[in-house]
Design a protein around this ligand. Structure first.
Ligand code: SAM
Ligand code: SF4
Length: 334
């Protein structure tokens, strides 16, 4: 079968970024993501194996995927995470392999991950205050995450270290200057992300979104002016450096300034379903064909067809037209 080595959607967007969720389970229960109890877990036999993940990743890279991010749930809960990194990192044509984690297990995993070939990481951290950390993640674990970050700094092959901070009104405002200082004191790029309606509890309210512009205003008012840094067109992050040149900070504003027009992402859930948008209501099953003898060409055809149907944009700002995604953030792979 003839196929082009590019994934292009119906709106001409070139898809180059694949997020692979390794599990839907997590050792935290962040309030904006999961309920304290009562999450329905995926049946373990539906979770893709390391061999299945590698096969799909190779096919995707062959079709033009250039960046793969491993996520979850909490990807570090998978005992074979370093082995997965070791299998994916050397795929010819893959330019970047990264991991998004809550950092809880990084104190012991930083070394095996660096040895396995991981070069980029995002650690989620919403507060530098112990009580607030417990409140937002429902776990008293700030020290353990900070220890993980310290350990990570000993492995400069993993760089940059990005910190993801979900901006929530009445929670994040008094964290902003602390994170700005951290972005200067440490080799970290801090990125504030707007709260999206992807929480399993369905408690999202627009009023709780602290926008990137509001956070930027706090930085400039209470700390120091910011200077824009040129970013790639498909970058979701608006990047700034501090006026004195030390450190960088970024804003990911999917709610107040949607970047759907340049979105180049697709996502694979831990149970092998392809999603072409965070807010998709439909998925494309790859697990069944994978497990019933489909050829690589058949899998390629499913990927290309799915991408051809990628949604134009999310509808968070379109009132009643907005339909919640068919899964919540931890089940999709953020
Ligand atoms: N467990 C890992 C972690 O927390 O980094 C990886 C998965 S988590 C779903 C990926 C990212 O999604 C994290 O940075 C998290 O803060 C973010 N996230 C989760 N729920 C969100 C929501 N409702 N709105 C915006 N970001 C969210
Ligand atoms: Fe777990 Fe990450 Fe969701 Fe927090 S944001 S509950 S760490 S999956």
């Amino acid at each position: 079968m003839e196929y082009e080595h590019v994934l292009v959607d119906g709106f001409g967007r070139h898809i180059e970024d694949l997020r692979i969720s390794l599990t839907d389970r997590c050792n935290f229960r962040c309030v904006y993501c999961m309920p304290e109890e009562g999450m329905q877990w995926l049946n373990r036999d539906t979770i893709l194996t390391i061999d299945e993940i590698e096969r799909l990743a190779r096919i995707a890279v062959d079709l033009g995927i250039r960046e793969i991010r491993l996520t979850g749930g909490e990807p570090t809960l998978r005992p074979d995470l370093p082995a997965i990194v070791e299998r994916l990192a050397p795929i010819p044509g893959l330019k970047s392999l990264s991991l998004t984690t809550n950092g809880f297990l990084l104190d012991r995993l930083a070394e095996p991950l660096a040895k396995a070939g991981l070069t980029r990481i995002n650690v989620s951290l919403d507060t530098l205050n112990h009580e607030k950390f417990h409140q937002i993640t429902r776990r008293p674990a700030l020290d353990k995450v900070l220890a993980g970050l310290e350990t990570l700094e000993r492995y400069p092959s993993i760089s940059p270290i990005k910190l993801n901070v979900v901006g929530m009104r009445h929670f994040t405002e008094d964290e902003v200057v602390g994170f700005a200082k951290l972005a200067r004191r440490k080799p970290y790029v801090v990125r504030f992300i707007e709260f999206m309606p992807l929480d399993a509890d369905g408690n999202w309210e627009r009023e709780r979104v602290l926008s990137g512009d509001e956070i930027k205003e706090i930085v400039e008012r209470d700390f120091m002016p910011l200077v824009p840094v040129q970013a790639e067109a498909s970058s979701t992050s608006r990047r700034y450096r501090f006026a004195d040149g030390v450190g960088e900070i970024g804003f990911i504003n999917p709610v107040s300034q949607p970047f759907c027009a340049t979105c180049n992402r697709i996502r694979l859930t831990a149970d092998g379903q392809l999603r072409t948008c965070l807010f998709s209501v439909d998925e494309w099953d790859l697990r069944t064909p994978l497990r019933s003898g489909a050829t690589n060409d058949e899998i390629r055809a499913i990927l290309r067809n799915a991408v051809a149907h990628k949604e134009l944009k999310h509808q968070i700002n379109e009132g009643d037209a907005f339909q919640r995604a068919s899964r919540s953030m931890s089940q999709i792979g953020g």
